[in-house]
Design a protein around this ligand. Structure first.
Ligand code: GDP
Ligand code: IMO
Ligand code: MG
Length: 409
């Protein structure tokens, strides 16, 4: 672990290499102990990051999973769209668990407020798309970023102001375009409750980060969503509305590209996707159901069953390039323990179908193993085949949900 931590340097980003839910939260939680500042950069409560600490499950939506480490500053970046009642709820849940976060939380004033009417618009747009629906989380993400890009969003920095006029201005256009009623009273009441967050708002996040970096603080950035869901580089239009890559994380915080000293790509040992869109290596039958059951592949935000299938190496190679992964965490290796053979997508044929190579399974438990040498030979062959194909070292391997169930190489 010591060597791994040294190699990460002073600023690392944890970025999903597939379609999300790879296990980013678990790595932030583990690294949070060794870093000084824990940040999220983009996205909103469409994220669902589950970690298990001492057998207790914690689910995070807006807060980075690493926030459990007492005393460390936690940052919500400028690239985020924040549903304030959800944030208050998360803070309250932590408080109930004995963790006082408020005094060390910092929210960029440039982050946007996601209102309830954004959620209602999300639902209407999905309905209108009919058969072409994206399968969004219905958390209002697309509509909140629509307002931001349209330059009529409302930033967190305005939390203390009377926003009734701004909301009234929305009423007509939102009704005309989407048939959605903005409940001004309810929105204002939610804003009022959220005023408790006002002392936690940072006027200029880049300045704060500059000071932190100059004083030698180490920063870990928890990515949300994942590369194949990126607005520019993902499987458009079946993507989210933010930049989910390492570059997006830096942009979302206001950090210069050269600040990043390492980037950990998080990839499941197989693959899942929630929502619609291509998934070349998907298993829709019995095999897919088996992976879903073993991996507990049900969305933590929506409870939807995740689609399941196999790794697709061309996607991982592409993700590694886009993000500049310096290391990979292959997660949920234990989920494959009972498989006789493990197919891996190695290319795409002229008809657009995935070309598969079958590797031998290990058919023995890897649950909780923390020493690479103790893994069954076929599991090591599997890992080394992937590593060689991608050209990035697999330095972390997940063997269970728990914080301690991780191999570090
Ligand atoms: P995230 O969105 O990338 O943070 O991932 P999620 O939390 O949505 O989904 C990952 C799920 O897999 C969570 O329930 C984790 O507790 C669980 N998980 C993470 N790593 C491992 C692992 O190595 N093995 C197993 N069995 N579960 C894991
Ligand atoms: P984490 O951070 C998995 C997917 C949705 C949908 C598409 C657009 O937990 O990995 P949106 O609500 O963002 O407009 O939905 O993106 N999606 C995710 N899938 N994990 C996530 O986050 C996701 N966030 C969004 O399912 O297909
Ligand atoms: Mg998730």
């Amino acid at each position: 672990m010591k060597k791994f931590l040294q190699d990460l340097g002073s600023c690392t980003a944890i970025i999903g290499a597939q379609w999300g839910d790879e296990g980013k939260g678990k790595v932030t939680d583990i690294l949070g102990e060794h870093f000084d500042v824990i940040a999220r950069a983009c996205g909103g409560a469409n994220a669902g990051h589950t970690i298990v600490v001492n057998g207790k499950k914690h689910v995070f939506r807006l807060l980075p999973a690493g926030c459990l480490h007492e005393g460390k500053p936690v940052i919500l970046g400028s690239g985020m769209v924040i549903h304030l009642p959800t944030l208050l709820e998360e803070i309250a849940t932590l408080k109930a668990a004995g963790i006082d976060l408020l005094g060390r939380l910092w929210i960029s004033g440039a982050a946007h407020i996601l209102f309830d009417f954004h959620k209602d618009i999300d639902a209407v747009l999905e309905e209108r798309r009919g058969k072409k629906s994206i399968g969004t989380t219905k958390k209002g993400i697309g509509p909140a970023y629509m307002d931001k890009a349209n330059r009529n969003g409302i930033r967190i920095e305005r939390l203390g102001e009377d926003l009734s006029e701004d909301l009234r201005e929305k009423v007509t256009s939102v009704k005309e375009m989407f048939g959605v009623t903005v409940n001004i009273e309810a929105e204002l009441a939610a804003l009022k409750e959220a005023q408790i967050l006002m002392p936690r708002i940072v006027k200029s996040l880049p300045e704060m980060l500059r000071d932190l970096m100059l004083s030698g603080k180490r920063i870990v950035i928890e990515g949300a969503q994942a590369t194949l869901l990126d607005l520019d580089h993902g499987t458009y239009p079946f993507v989210t509305s933010s930049s989910t890559t390492a570059a997006g994380a830096l942009q979302g915080l206001g950090l210069p590209p050269r600040a990043l000293t390492s980037c950990i790509g998080i990839a499941k040992a197989y693959c899942t996707r929630v929502g619609a869109g291509d998934f070349l290596t998907e298993e829709t039958g019995e095999t897919g159901e088996r992976l879903r059951k073993r991996g507990g592949e049900y969305g933590s935000v929506t409870g939807r069953p995740r689609r399941t299938g196999w790794l697709h190496l061309p996607d991982l190679i592409r993700s590694s390039f886009i993000n500049g992964f310096t290391a990979i965490n292959l997660t949920k290796l234990d989920v494959l323990d009972a498989e006789k053979e493990i197919p891996v997508g190695v290319g795409v044929d002229t008809k657009g179908n995935a070309m598969m190579k079958k590797l031998a399974g290990w058919e023995t438990s890897t649950c909780g193993i923390t020493d690479y040498a103790k893994l069954p030979a076929n599991a090591r062959l599997y890992i080394e085949f992937i590593e060689k194909s991608i050209g990035v070292p697999i330095r972390l391997i997940g063997t269970g949900q728990g914080r301690e169930e991780m191999i570090v190489r």
